[in-house]
Design a protein around this ligand. Structure first.
Ligand SMILES: Cc1cc2nc3c(=O)[nH]c(=O)nc-3n(C[C@H](O)[C@H](O)[C@H](O)COP(=O)(O)OP(=O)(O)OC[C@H]3O[C@@H](n4cnc5c(N)ncnc54)[C@H](O)[C@@H]3O)c2cc1C
Length: 346
């Protein structure tokens, strides 16, 4: 699909239902192919008004759910359409009830952590979004060398708490935005070390709403990936290493300051669309191809830290997708490296 200027255009609703363009296939591969993670890229997902809340969810859960709820306020990018249903559970057991009800009615389900790695299309998400930012999933408890963290807890809070107790293993992740659940699902990493390396076990709900505990091996951690896509992470147990508190604190502070300095200073509406390829930095790769500062409508790459995509005022999700595609295409053309998408497209 080419525009008049020869550039590839973002897919439009008219493109039909099959993943028949190269961009769609690339996004789909980046997203993972779990059967319960339907990839809805390139297609209009206008919200289905015929599915009524009361028809799908049992009465005791209905007060937790809003219909046609905006998601943009919960996302770092601050853009995108609403969710057909948005649930904010206050107890863990409600999550499985929500999943079961949605599955029964063939409703797609997504989990929202802290929204630092999600892009929602303008048309919105036609399914159930379960937000895991509430107190039910935010607890942090240390026992011996282990931290048990709720999936909705802030990753940075987990790092600070463990450092304060003289436990090493999470300090290098301080300042990465997002939740523990989001970090574990995407195997977040920094300073050459990923979060999966200190995970001991994970409590998850599978696609049918059944809970189970799986080991780190079963979570299939690899470079910025896990096989958890499609499951809902409820909590994570970390096995950490006793270390000197003041040395850990110094290291954490240094990394935190360094990380803050590398971010665009004048906006918080940013995401990191791509994964660093093995032993390379996306920042250097993009800079070396002359794409720093590249703009598409009201969306641009940062000039000095081009691994960040910035949503300016009036930015749209389609502009983000077009910019991502242009960058990926140019980097591939110039270096032969096919960047993997980090950002999750809903
Ligand atoms: C400024 C900035 C800096 C960043 N720096 C780094 C970095 O250094 N290293 C790095 O690895 N990443 C980095 N990221 C990416 C991002 O912060 C991580 O991917 C983060 O772990 C996402 O967590 P979240 O809670 O915001 O996830 P969300 O954006 O809410 O969700 C991301 C994906 O995870 C899924 N998900 C979230 N929670 C759960 C759960 N409990 N169960 C199942 N699925 C879930 C969502 O469905 C979605 O598919 C950065 C992002 C920004 C904006």
């Amino acid at each position: 699909m080419r525009g008049g200027d020869g550039s590839r255009q973002a897919p439009s609703p008219e493109d039909g239902d099959s993943l028949d363009c190269e961009f769609c296939r690339w996004l789909a591969n980046c997203r993972g192919s779990h059967p319960h993670s339907p990839v809805r890229v390139g297609h209009d997902v206008s919200l289905n008004p015929t599915v009524m809340l009361a028809d799908v969810f049992p009465e005791e859960l209905q007060h937790l759910i809003g219909e046609n709820q905006p998601l943009n306020e919960s996302l770092w990018l601050g853009i995108g359409g609403p969710a057909r249903f948005l649930a904010e559970p206050v107890e863990i057991k409600q999550i499985s009830g929500l999943v079961r009800a949605a599955r029964k009615h063939d409703l797609a389900v997504r989990v929202l952590g802290h929204g630092s790695n999600v892009l929602v299309r303008e048309a919105g998400f036609d399914g159930l979004v379960i937000s895991l930012g509430g107190p039910a999933t935010c607890q942090l408890a240390i026992e011996g060398n282990r931290l048990k963290a709720g999936a909705g807890a802030k990753l940075t809070h987990a790092a600070i708490k463990t450092v304060g107790e003289g436990l090493g293993g999470l300090e290098h992740l301080v300042g990465i935005p997002g939740s523990v659940g989001g970090a574990v699902v995407g195997n977040a990493s920094a300073e050459g070390r990923d979060i999966g390396s200190v995970v001991r076990s994970i409590d998850v709900l599978d696609e049918s709403g059944e809970s189970k505990t799986i080991s780190a091996e079963e979570a299939g951690f690899s470079h910025r990936k896990s096989t958890l896509d499609g499951s809902i992470v409820l909590s994570v147990e970390f096995e950490l290493e006793p270390k000197d508190v003041s040395a850990l604190t110094k290291r954490m502070q240094k990394l935190w300051i360094h990380r803050g300095q590398r971010r665009p200073a004048d906006t918080s509406r940013i995401v990191m669309p791509f994964i660093d390829p093995d032993s390379m930095s996306t920042r250097e790769l993009i800079a070396s191809t002359g794409l720093s500062g590249l703009r598409e409508g009201d969306v641009s790459l940062d000039l000095s830290a081009p691994q960040y995509l910035i949503a300016h005022e009036n930015a749209t999700s389609e502009q983000c997708l077009r910019l991502i595609e242009r960058v990926r295409e140019q980097v591939l053309l110039q270096t032969g490296i096919d960047l993997r998408l980090n950002l999750q497209i809903w």
